[in-house]
Design a protein around this ligand. Structure first.
Ligand SMILES: [Fe+2]
Length: 267
């Protein structure tokens, strides 16, 4: 009996240690084929490296950011996309985070949106620091990444800064649009608008803890409907990245940090 109690105690301690110390430092490179409505044949196979929720700060070291960047650089892709929450607690962390991200921009166009944590610290400063290393930060704006293929982004939804009309203002009707929006549940609104063929998001961290048969015990506001992975929302595809970093409680279980390599497929 005592042996059984000790075993349960040891495995609980081991599980907590694993969730606090091992899994958060163990990023996965997830390769996903994403159907994109109306994508022309010339862009079938277009690839994006997708990084989200770095949360550089007290709980996320620069080593964790560097590891994610190395994973992204390990594949040849056409562009990088970053979906917000670069820092936690202070915009000071944006400088080291941006320096780590700089190698991405040296090779490929790198487009980004902002998240709620960027706004909760200093969105203008985070934005400026990222721009200084060559990241194109889109705040209700769009960028033609290739002829007829646009990447647009809304500013943070939670903080009330998202303006889909503004983001798509310059995009021609004939274009294929990939929309960056930090909060995934915004997809319902984007899908009903009908102009974006794909939305890329983060924010949920996949729940950080994903219990077998139960799922995530806690999900943040605006990430409860679409917590992780690939969805079809009213004919639009949505991909929700589990993110690189974390917030308190600083654990991950059955929900490894993620760098995604997305291959767009004509659908
Ligand atoms: Fe967030």
């Amino acid at each position: 009996m005592l042996g059984g109690v000790a075993a349960v105690g040891l495995s609980a301690t081991g599980g907590a240690g694993y969730a606090a110390l091992v899994e958060p430092q163990w990023p996965a490179l997830d390769e996903v084929e994403v159907p994109v409505r109306g994508l022309s044949a010339q862009y079938d196979g277009f690839t994006l490296a997708h990084i989200s929720d770095l949360h550089r700060g007290l709980h996320v070291s620069i080593d964790a950011v560097d590891r994610a960047v190395r994973l992204a650089l390990s594949r040849t892709v056409d562009a990088n996309v970053l979906t917000g929450d670069y820092i936690s607690g202070s915009a000071e962390y944006a400088h080291s985070c941006a320096r780590s991200l700089a190698p991405l921009t040296a090779r490929r166009p790198t487009l980004a949106c902002l998240g709620n944590h960027d706004h909760w610290t200093d969105a203008d400063r985070v934005s400026r620091v990222l721009a200084d290393v060559g990241v194109t930060v889109l705040r209700n704006a769009a960028y033609e990444v290739n002829d007829g293929l646009w990447i647009a982004a809304v500013d943070d939804v939670w903080e009330g800064h998202a303006d889909l009309e503004g983001a798509l203002e310059e995009v021609p009707d004939s274009a294929t649009v990939v929309l960056l929006a930090h909060e995934p549940d915004y997809a319902d609104q984007v899908a009903s608008d009908g102009r974006a063929a794909l939305q890329l998001s983060g924010h949920s961290h996949g729940g950080q803890v994903w219990l077998p048969f139960i799922g995530p015990p806690v999900l943040p506001y605006l990430a409860r409907k679409y917590p992780r992975g690939l969805y079809s929302v009213g004919g639009m595809s949505l991909y929700v990245n589990r993110g690189v970093g974390l917030i308190e409680p600083a654990v991950r279980f059955n929900c490894r940090p993620e760098v995604a390599i997305l291959t767009l497929r004509a659908a």
